[in-house]
Design a protein around this ligand. Structure first.
Ligand code: ME8
Length: 644
């Protein structure tokens, strides 16, 4: 018998910086779908990872004076910490530098090459390094920049291998025609179809101007284009070529969840690669919208990057995940603001849900000594509560099928609000005063708890913490993790006779004014601290004497291959010879350095920079404009002389 499985992927992220709330959006959505499918009884896989090759990463690592892998390891650690903070339960984290992945990529490359769909030629055209994308001149924006990120592109001329993507044009159009739901949301489908109809060019799938990538299996001078490499992580993550059973039960993927900016890679390039490799295509690709901050793109230079870890620290993981899935319709762009965040959490989580739980449990405690009563005698409002609940939850499941998280939650909140209204309609505090109405009162409280039982289960895919707290306060003994969607669909499963456990409010109201005042205060404190640190940033004479500063004479200098910034120098310190790496290639030609006497720190710990050992550091002065000049001596003096 085949298992009911569901396989979801998130993009694998570039480890060149910390992840912001926009990245968190994709992964939270993917984790929510997977948890919902688990609730429905599916066996699931969720993969994420890091996209570790390419020119951009090589450059970034170099700018940090580090080897690519050493640099990437540090960032990957922060990715994993973030997913754990957000309680994202991925089943596999694929690193594209892993041996398995490299072999998978080479295998697919070779397979397509052997078939005759990869050939060698010369690439002449534009390349956007930040986006790792090739562009034709006609595709550039008005200023001649990258049409996606609007940053300058580079003119590239290099020998490359090409994938015959143009030959898959018809097959792709046919596939899209036969699978109208493949690209979601539907409005993006036409964009992709138009793109193909304009004519596909063959895709450059190897690079020679740098070496940080997976070697082309048939030609060691080339590394594989980073997107060809990255997409294959979706296969590596489920045991491609290593675990046939697993791979067989999860491939083709049920859905690749990606941002709209990388839809073309997933709905044109990826299907064409799979077609060429004679493999099945994924069932769906969903391109969600972008999160902006107050309407503008998040960027370091604007200083408006929203840090998801800070948000979780300030407001809790439930609040962050709820906001992300509720505030913006999945598929459209949305704007983040802390004001809207606080408003949403206060109204939905603190007021509607938190208060419902508090009031209900307190009434059971007050009127029935904390014991859940039997529902004995109906009130006129019960049927409507049940009906609303069942209808709305069915609609919620339909929305989840289409990844419409926001409206799915809206349906659940219709149940929660209907339940609050049920309290106002049945007025338990009045029933409580009448001896003859105790059965009715019991029914009302039972139904309130029942609505909360159902809510706790339905919320599990969205909120990692609150459902267990609700469960605990209602006093249900059964394991929440064992509950399935069928237990949401059925009304009346709550066991009477159990004891409730009143507890603290699960979502205390956030005082926006107080929050912003505290933030401002913290910012002021931080500023003061930095100012103090700057003042205290003086060193003692002893500290200074620890530095071994010397005059060094440059004997040899050469560029380090693959780097446009670094020079390898051989210097003399008197009799002693040293090798150093200096980041000055943009300011000095190697030849003009020979014979120069420069100042250097001679007792710096040795380091390997770009594969080259460096024993010391030359000193240079640089200004805000990026100009740089080496520090030399005013008059000739023997190399090796101490600088005091
Ligand atoms: O593209 N709002 O990686 P990446 C919403 N390595 N989503 C956003 C966003 C925002 N403000 N900013 C970024 C890559 N994203 C490739 C993927 S997959 C085989 C290779 C989303 O780190 C973006 O749309 O640049 C993308 O889906 C994801 O973050 C990763 O971006």
């Amino acid at each position: 018998m085949t298992k009911d499985t569901f396989y979801v992927t998130t993009p694998i992220y570039y480890p060149n910086d910390k992840l912001h709330i926009g990245h968190t959006y994709t992964t939270t959505a993917a984790d929510t779908v997977v948890k919902f499918k688990e609730l429905q009884g599916y066996e699931t896989e969720l993969i994420t990872g890091s996209d570790e090759h390419g020119q951009k990463l090589q450059k970034t690592a170099e700018e940090h004076g580090m080897e690519p892998l050493g640099y990437i390891d540090g960032i990957v650690k922060t990715f994993k910490e973030l997913w754990s903070t957000l309680e994202v339960d991925y089943t596999e984290f694929v690193r594209t530098t892993s041996q398995e992945h490299k072999k998978d990529v080479q295998h697919i490359f070779k397979k397509i090459y052997d078939k005759g769909d990869i050939y060698k030629d010369k690439y002449e055209g534009y390349y956007c390094t930040p986006c790792e994308t090739y562009w034709a001149e006609r595709e550039l924006d008005e200023e001649g920049n990258c049409p996606d990120c609007n940053r300058p592109v580079e003119w590239v001329e290099e020998e490359s291998y090409f994938f015959k993507m143009s030959e898959y044009e018809e097959q792709l159009l046919e596939f899209l025609d036969d699978n109208p739901d493949f690209i979601q949301p539907a409005k993006r489908r036409n964009e992709m179809i138009n793109f193909i109809e304009e004519g596909l060019e063959d895709l450059c799938v190897s690079r020679t101007s740098f070496d940080w990538g997976i070697p082309v299996p048939i030609d060691g001078d080339h590394v594989i284009y980073v997107w060809f490499d990255a997409l294959i992580s979706y296969l590596t993550g489920i045991g491609f070529r290593r675990d046939e059973d697993k791979f067989g039960s999860y491939w083709p993927a049920d859905v690749h969840i990606v941002g709209k900016d990388i839809l073309r890679f997933h709905t044109i390039i990826w299907p064409a690669i799979l077609m060429a490799a004679d493999m099945e295509l994924p069932k769906q690709v969903f391109g969600h919208g972008f999160l902006t901050v107050e309407g503008g793109k998040m960027s370091k230079s604007k200083g408006n990057v929203v840090d998801p870890t800070k948000l979780v620290n300030d407001f809790g993981v439930d609040a962050v995940r709820y906001y992300l899935m509720r505030e913006v319709a999945f598929g459209t762009d949305g704007s983040y603001s802390t004001e809207s965040f606080i408003r949403r959490i206060n109204s939905d989580l603190a007021n509607d849900l938190g208060n419902l739980l508090n009031r209900t449990v307190a009434m059971v405690e007050q009127y029935f000594d904390g014991v859940i009563p039997e529902p004995r005698s109906e009130t006129e409002y019960d049927a409507d509560l049940k009906k609303t609940s069942q209808q709305e939850l069915a609609a919620m499941a339909d929305d989840m099928e289409n990844l419409q998280f926001s409206t799915a939650l809206e349906h659940l909140w219709t149940v929660i609000r209907r339940t609050n209204k049920y309290i106002d309609q049945t007025t338990p505090w009045i029933l409580a005063k009448d001896e003859d109405k105790q059965d009715k009162l019991g029914t009302v409280l039972y139904n309130l708890l029942e609505a909360l039982r159902i809510t706790a289960i339905a919320l599990k895919p969205f909120l990692p913490e609150a459902p267990a707290k609700i469960w605990q306060q209602i006093g249900i003994k059964a394991d929440l993790d064992q509950q399935r969607w069928s237990e949401v669909e059925e009304w009346g499963l709550l066991e009477a006779g159990l004891e409730v456990n009143p507890g603290d409010p699960i979502f205390p109201r956030i005082d926006a004014e107080e929050y912003f005042a505290k933030q401002a205060e913290a910012e002021d404190d931080e500023k003061e601290e930095t100012e103090e640190m700057v003042e205290e940033d003086k060193i003692t004479f002893d500290d200074f004497t620890k530095l071994d500063l010397r005059v060094a004479e440059v004997l040899e200098a050469e560029r380090i291959e693959g780097s446009d910034k670094l020079l390898k120098l051989q210097v003399a310190l008197g009799e002693e010879r040293r090798q150093l790496v200096a980041g000055i290639a943009k300011h000095y030609e190697a030849d003009e350095l020979i014979g120069k006497k420069v100042l250097m720190v001679a007792n710096l710990e040795p380091a390997t920079i770009f594969g080259t050992e460096s024993n010391g550091m030359v000193l240079a002065a640089s200004d805000d404009e990026g100009e740089l000049t080496l520090t030399t001596v005013d008059q000739d003096i023997a190399s090796g002389s101490q600088v005091e």
